[in-house]
Design a protein around this ligand. Structure first.
Ligand code: FES
Ligand code: MG
Length: 581
């Protein structure tokens, strides 16, 4: 055991002896610690400021029992907390900070294996990235989605309902109190978002990657089954340590390709490519945005869950969750037999586990939508940006993709906003003359521009257009959007304006052309004019963005990569498989 290097010769290192003495403060004796029993970390992400993961405080009790029963010793410890909707300026600023905090703990303390307590959006990738870097046996346990939300007999999904509620508020159909009531109805219990937002997406993909026990991702937080899963996960990690089953054995190229395919089938979040590309970079697997279109675009949407569909987490679990989705894909020969945390392959775990509820998980032969993956765009505005095609509505299709001679392309007039504050200040101003031929641009909101990259690209239309029934305008930007949003934006544009991307050169009033068939997004501005604008911007010192407000903002801005490459800390990538004593 790795931990024996700390514990077996305490007399050699006075400081370790001191640590043993302190460890005994919680009732462990030398005999236990020197017995060669695996020391299992429980990376605790739940706290009062991280409510989506707070249920892990309860679950950890069962996990500890599982660890103990399998012969291990549990060491639970906190890592830097993240809460998606409360953290300013954006929770994704902290993904790399939680990653760093976990790497330091796993490297520097006597831990043989670790249970990652995943849940809220960034907590899942942050911990998988750390497990990838350190490469000691690791298994994920999700806090689980909240129970379904209900309002006046209809399902209300967390996150997704906010986008609807803000339209109703802007159109004057509800007041502030009505807004709060509607939004609060979507969050009736402990757990993470119950929609197929980034939390459910990332946990489903963690299961598809093989980093959880099968059937783990979809169990709602308050269900008895989740407590049982916590116990089983605790037991299993001890065995994984004895088998030396490491993240690098599980998170292979094949596992990432499986996860991309599952992401299309579940209607997964546009944050998934950022996070999976980051995990891949930390474990040394080449994975790029282009792989998402290559492996994922042609896969149909099978899961009828908000925001792409109708149902929520409880329904998804009852319908069979990830194994039932994967069973459909296995039957089509689309899943590779990659190893998972239980020592079997994803194919062995899921084959034949078809759903019995075809309203929630559709058959592959009759999907909700064909070609549900992401498109990867490029052009003179950026080198890479993605679009989630599964959320294109009939209204959007009819308004923008309706030219019989060119049904996959449209042109419009750019309206450019520099960050969300600028957008909020001007969107409803009639002087902006925004109409249904406008294309809204949001720039300055990438990993450097708005430190961490803000979830703001899905911009609602001006209230005067909403009142006319025009609910969605095309949106493009160098930031992200919430996985709970049903907007078919073109987002995660890289390079971002703040690091020299051409979005910085676009002006309100420029014509732009988007072609879904050619996967291009271009400003229809002559090359000489683009070059002149660039020279002028560079002479003025480049694209301006707000100063850093905290030390971490400044540190991260100095070393962070583009969204297309996973927004990783560039100097961190070379530290791979640092499992050492
Ligand atoms: Fe934490 Fe959605 S806000 S999971
Ligand atoms: Mg989010």
């Amino acid at each position: 055991m790795r931990s024996q290097a700390w514990f077996d010769n305490p007399a050699n290192t006075d400081m370790t002896a001191l640590y043993l003495e302190r460890t005994m403060n919680f009732g462990l004796g030398f005999d236990e610690l020197q017995s060669g029993r695996p020391i299992i970390g429980i990376a605790q992400t739940g706290s009062d400021i991280a409510p989506c993961n707070r249920h892990h405080i309860v679950l950890a009790e069962r996990t500890r029992e599982g660890i103990r029963d399998a012969g291990g010793i549990a060491f639970e410890f906190p890592i830097h907390p993240i809460q998606e909707t409360c953290k300013r300026p954006t929770a994704s600023l902290d993904r790399n900070l939680q990653y760093l905090s976990l790497v330091e703990i796993l490297y520097g303390y006597p831990i043989d294996g670790v249970v990652l307590t995943t849940g809220c959006d960034k907590t899942t990738p942050a911990q998988l990235m750390a497990a990838a870097t350190v490469d000691i046996p690791a298994i994920a346990l999700n806090s689980g989605p909240m129970l379904n939300g209900w309002y006046k007999g209809e399902r209300t999904g967390s996150g997704t309902i906010v986008w609807k509620a803000r339209e109703l508020l802007a159109a004057g159909e509800i007041d502030d109190k009505g807004f709060l009531k509607l939004v609060a109805s979507s969050a009736p219990s402990t757990g993470h978002c119950n929609t197929m937002g980034t939390a459910s997406t990332m946990n489903s993909l963690t299961e598809a990657l093989g980093m959880t026990l099968p059937g783990s991702a979809a169990i709602p937080a308050p269900y008895r089954d989740r407590q049982e899963m916590a116990y089983m996960t605790g037991k299993r990690i001890v065995e994984m340590v004895r088998e030396n089953l490491k993240p690098s054995d599980i998170m292979t190229r094949a596992a990432f390709e499986n996860a991309i395919i599952v992401n299309s089938a579940i209607g997964g979040s546009t944050n998934a490519p950022i996070h999976l590309n980051a995990i891949a970079r930390h474990i040394g697997v080449e994975l790029h945005t282009a792989d998402w279109e290559k492996h994922g675009y042609k896969i149909p949407l099978l899961v009828n869950m908000q925001p792409a569909g109708e149902y929520l987490g409880e329904d998804y679990y009852r319908a069979g969750g990830v194994p039932a989705v994967v069973a459909e894909l296995i039957a089509k020969g689309l899943i590779q037999p990659a190893l998972t945390a239980n020592g079997k392959t994803l194919v062995e775990n899921c084959e034949g586990r078809f759903t019995e509820d075809r309203k929630v998980i559709f058959p592959y032969a009759k999907p909700m939508k064909k070609n549900a993956g992401f498109l990867n765009f490029k052009g003179n505005l950026f080198d890479s940006a993605i679009m989630k095609t599964s959320v294109i509505t009939p209204e959007f299709q009819e308004r923008y993709l309706n030219d019989p001679n060119d049904p996959m392309a449209f042109e419009g007039t750019a309206v450019v906003f520099d960050g969300p504050e600028d957008y909020h200040a001007r969107i409803d101003d009639p002087k902006m003359k925004i109409d249904e031929h406008s294309v809204l641009f949001m720039r300055g909101v990438g990993p450097v521009g708005y430190p961490g990259a803000a979830e703001v690209v899905n911009m609602r239309a001006p209230s005067y257009l909403l009142k006319r029934g025009i609910t969605a305008l095309p949106c493009i930007g160098d930031g992200r959007q919430s996985g709970t949003s049903g907007s078919p934006s073109i987002l995660n544009a890289s390079p971002e304006a703040a690091t020299g991307g051409a979005l910085a050169l676009l002006k309100t009033g420029d014509r732009v052309r988007i072609d879904l068939k050619k996967r291009t997004a271009n400003m229809l501005v002559p090359d000489e004019e683009v070059a002149a604008r660039r020279a002028k911007l560079e002479a003025a010192g480049g694209y301006r963005y707000p100063p850093s407000q905290t030390p971490w903002q400044e540190i991260q801005r100095g070393v962070v990569g583009e969204l297309s490459e996973g927004m990783v800390l560039k100097p961190a990538v070379k530290y791979q498989k640092i499992h050492a004593t």
